[in-house]
Design a binder for this molecule. Structure first.
Ligand code: FES
Length: 155
């Protein structure tokens, strides 16, 4: 009886060890497969990055359309922190929209000036120069390109 019991225990232990080994093998196999798969995904992810490849493939990002910039006025792009003006038809200029006085974003383009509402500084819409303080420095110019289709991009 005791021999049978011991045999039964050995069988159970052997089955348990096989199950553990099998489990370990399965885990290793799955782990290796997972690692290989992750490695491939990791290597493939950077080139497939939509943020990185889309602007590169299509060139510079369009920030505005020429038609959106009124003649004698301008368009303030808060996200890009730039202001695009069109002092005369077909002549586009672009400046930082960050006021050099204390860093507010300019708020309006009208009557030949780009205005900052924080302390009422005004800048020329043609070259960004100070028209009225307290700002003592003009708005830095940004280079843009206006494509034939009217798309405006930062250069
Ligand atoms: Fe623009 Fe002061 S921050 S005038």
């Amino acid at each position: 009886m005791s021999d049978l019991t011991q045999t039964a225990r050995r069988t159970v232990l052997a089955a348990g060890a096989a199950a553990v080994a099998g489990g370990a093998l399965t885990a290793c196999g799955g782990g290796d497969g997972g690692k290989a798969s992750q490695g491939e995904q990791g290597a493939a992810t950077p080139p497939a990055s939509p943020a990185g490849s889309a602007p590169a493939a299509g060139g510079a990002k369009t920030i505005a359309k020429a038609a959106d910039v009124p003649v004698g006025g301008g368009k303030i792009l808060k996200e890009e922190k730039v202001v695009i003006t069109q002092p005369t038809a077909g002549s586009f200029r672009c400046f930082t929209a960050v006021c050099p006085h204390q860093g507010c974003l300019v708020t309006k383009v009208a009557d030949g000036t780009i205005d900052c509402a924080c302390h009422n500084s005004e800048f020329k819409d043609t070259d960004g120069a100070v028209v009225k303080g307290p700002a003592t420095k003009g708005l830095a110019e940004k280079k843009i390109k206006v494509a034939a289709d009217g798309n405006i991009t930062l250069v």
